[in-house]
Design a protein around this ligand. Sequence first.
Ligand code: H79
Length: 438
Amino acid sequence: MLKKILLLSTFFCFSFVVIHAQPKSVAKTSKEVLDGFMDLRFGLFIHWGPVTLRGTEIGWSRNHQVKQNDYDSLYKEFNPVLFDAESWVKTAKSAGMKYLTITAKHHDGFCLWPTAFTDYNITNTPYKKDIVGLLAKACKKYDVKLCIYYTVLDWYSKDYPLHNDGAKQPDTNANMQRFTQYMKNQLKELITNYHPYMLWFDGNWEAPWTQEMGEDVYAFIKQQDPLVIVNNRLGKGDHKVLSSSTVGDYATPEQQIGEMNMQDPWESCITICKQWAWKPNDEMKSLKQCLQTLASTSGGNGNLLFNVGPMPDGRIEERQIKRLQEIGAWLHKNGEAIYGTKGGPFVTDSVKAFTRKGNKIYVHLFENKQQLQFKNLPGYKIKSASFLNGHSVNFQQDDEKIIVTWVGQMPDNNCSVIVLEMNQNVENIPVVNNSPNN
Ligand code: H79
């Protein structure tokens, strides 16, 4: 009997130890949810805040181009009386965008919603109204998914050790434990009040931020809402790709089109002009550049989060709205070659990108080459070939190659789509490095 009790108590002690040695178990965002996100393909990134009154960059002008005292007082004049959440969301919608990501808090620490945890927020501007809340409402009305950008650093907070980009000497009065609690309080507030579809973190490269903090915050978020998607800038490491130590659900190449990747979800964030936040007379991308960027991200099997920086009065620049509407008009005609597609099977190059869905391969053409040659796809036969919603094109197929030819203009000089209808489903063909650039 004594032996039995001893044995049992050893077992319980042991199991107690084992149970407590387990890392916190966190259910990661499901593949099903992430597949749904990747089907959306195109979203609007919005960088905004009081810094637009100076026209400098939101991420790194505090204490550089704009003196700290000046920067930190800008909110007292921030009065975007022409802000209209519905018109921003309608602009996104007219561009064919399916989601919208707003910088609720960028590195400068200013909060666009009436948070209970700092006075440095929209309530204390002359404008007063809840920007994030109004956007959440408008997104719901127009069926656009609301996503929230929230950086892990904060130049303004006394508890965060660094107070501008490039700062080396940590503030000894700072306290990262208090800071991460502040962050959790705000994240809980954002999740509870606005039910975001996704959270977009940033700044994970900063020295005060650790992998453990990222893991802890990911677990905290998932406790609040297991469905919310999280980008991969919460733990340490290269945000261009996913790895075994990544904290978060998808990769985030910045200002560049991501590498083709059929396994891991990714989203490129790229600006319509040069700056993230509004800059007067900033250089804007041509329609062709915009369409090529969109087709090439889809071609690599990724999403595009395309950024605008609205002006301090609350409006998005007219020329940017027009550009977005032009993209939307293109998507209205060619959307079946973007939404819900996979990238490939051929690798994108400077004149063309490929997407596929079911039995169809879509060739996105940026130049009127009049002849294209691809490696043959053994076992897959072309049944028909034509410009999307337009004229048929000629094709030849043999054991080595596929040749597609046409005469005259392409339907759209910026980007035209040729559809190859195949004899069977093409979604699982392994990626083919094509390459003759013709
Ligand atoms: O929110 C956008 C940027 O503000 C943010 N990420 C995207 C989504 C971002 N914060 N920091 N960075 C990106 C990288 C900063 C690079 C910099 Fe620099 C190196 C800033 C200062 C030195 C680039 C090179 C800008 C000035 C010199």
